[in-house]
Design a protein around this ligand. Structure first.
Ligand code: GRF
Length: 211
């Protein structure tokens, strides 16, 4: 199965530039927002640490203090704002606090990476056009939760990964880049592995393009 993955994947490559080391002095500041596992957070933080991105993750925002991403961030010297939405009266209240932290850390770009919340006007008014998301399907197909399962169960032959700007809608906003991933002779678990591998390269590539 791994063999077929390799063949399929080389048909839909993420260009090699994602491995180039950038040699520039001014580092841009990224904030990553995550709610769960954090593999995309780690891909971005790792790319910064290895200088494949001329940037640093200046802040991790996490709305679930028990999430695995909190374990991952310990490997890096990155400040974390972890909070529980239920401790705030409204979304505007916690987003106001987040905006203050983003400004304090001179954040240039916000990367949602498995952040399981819609953003409101409080964030969008300050950072519209500077908030991006990654989604494990070829949007606009299969929005929302469990997009990989949705595509697999629907029986599509090609799915993929999308990076897009964030607006008020779920998985809406203008598309930045897409990479197709074929679904051939694979289990759901194998498809998830393919998709996540593509995500980790594509997100770094998109961030480089925007910065
Ligand atoms: C990824 O599949 C991403 O595309 C989606 O949420 C998932 C987050 O995974 N938005 P991880 O927490 O980065 O491992």
């Amino acid at each position: 199965m791994r063999g077929s993955f390799a063949i399929s994947y080389t048909s839909y490559p993420v260009p090699h530039t994602s491995h180039q080391i950038i040699n520039m002095t001014h580092k841009k500041h990224i904030a990553v927002f995550a709610s769960g596992n954090g593999s995309n957070f780690e891909a971005i933080a790792g790319a910064c640490a290895e200088k494949r991105l001329n940037a640093e993750v200046a802040l991790l925002v996490c709305d679930n203090p028990d999430a695995h991403v909190i374990k991952r961030v310990e490997k890096f010297n990155i400040p974390v704002f972890k909070f529980r939405p239920k401790d705030y009266a409204t979304k505007a209240d916690y987003e106001t606090e987040i905006v203050q932290l983003l400004k304090k850390n001179n954040v240039d770009l916000i990367c949602l990476a498995g952040y399981m919340r819609l953003v409101s006007d409080v964030l969008l008014n300050e950072y519209e056009g500077k908030i991006i998301n990654i989604h494990p399907s070829l949007l606009p197909a299969f929005k929302g939760l469990n997009a990989i399962e949705q595509a697999f169960e629907y029986g599509v032959k090609i799915t993929g990964v999308t990076t897009h700007f964030v607006d008020k809608t779920m998985d809406g906003g203008k598309i930045i880049e897409q990479v197709a991933v074929p679904i051939e002779n694979c289990s759901l678990e194998e498809l998830k592995e393919r998709i996540h591998a593509v995500e980790h390269e594509l997100y770094v590539r998109t961030i480089r393009k925007l910065l």
